[in-house]
Design a protein around this ligand. Sequence first.
Ligand code: ACO
Length: 219
Amino acid sequence: MEYGPIPSSRFDDVINHLRKSFPDEPLNASVGLSLHNQPCPLLEKYDLLTLHEGLSVMALDTETGEIAGVALNGISRRGDIEQSLENMKTIDSVPYHRIFGLLNGVNKELDLFTAYNVDKIFDLRILSVDSKYRGKGLAKELFSRSEIIAEEHGFKLMKVDATSLFTQKICEAFGLKVIKTVRYGDYKDENGKKIYPTESPHDYYKVMVKQLPSRKDND
Ligand code: ACO
């Protein structure tokens, strides 16, 4: 396995990898926003914007050249959440509103920029490993390399919206702290039906952060 930055020539391959793998993400799986091997333009637009920020990492199977996993890392800035909430008004998709209504709502309330006195946050947005390579430590390695990139770029804060128990375990192993816990089962519609019927053991969404030692004074 080889790890490294993602050149623009591989962006299409990353999108194809995500079409295969990311529908397994607990929140997506519960509301059916992205479906296996099908395009999801609403998500892919943002995946590509994140890829263009140049902070993402891939794991490459050196025998086949196949992308085995990715960590898509982006920069969150003050005002981004408000902008995203504004953009949501033009999007007519219940699953999209369910996922991003929750994530944006929680992050708006936390206001990490004020809480940690930063103007930008290293946001590990997507951690994804192809099912045939799972359970071999790839996600941990992608996470470790992402943290190094964050430090090298002088970020003072790293944040993960950890929607899966497995990601929460990885974050914990790397010293991230839980600053918000949301129980999926607490959200029900007017008929008492669960809005996020996630599969066990993914019962919680946790916002996890780590303050990083600054190497550059660019914040
Ligand atoms: N059962 C129990 N624990 C597991 C499992 C499993 N099937 N898979 C991973 N874990 C836990 C373990 O604690 C493991 O650490 P340990 O071996 O030290 O105990 C830890 O997760 C990391 O294991 P890795 O092998 O590094 O993880 P993997 O390469 O399998 O990738 C991932 C994990 C990315 C979550 C993968 O399952 C996946 O792509 N799932 C679908 C997409 C998804 O849910 N992504 C995360 C959403 S949150 C976000 O993106 C920010």
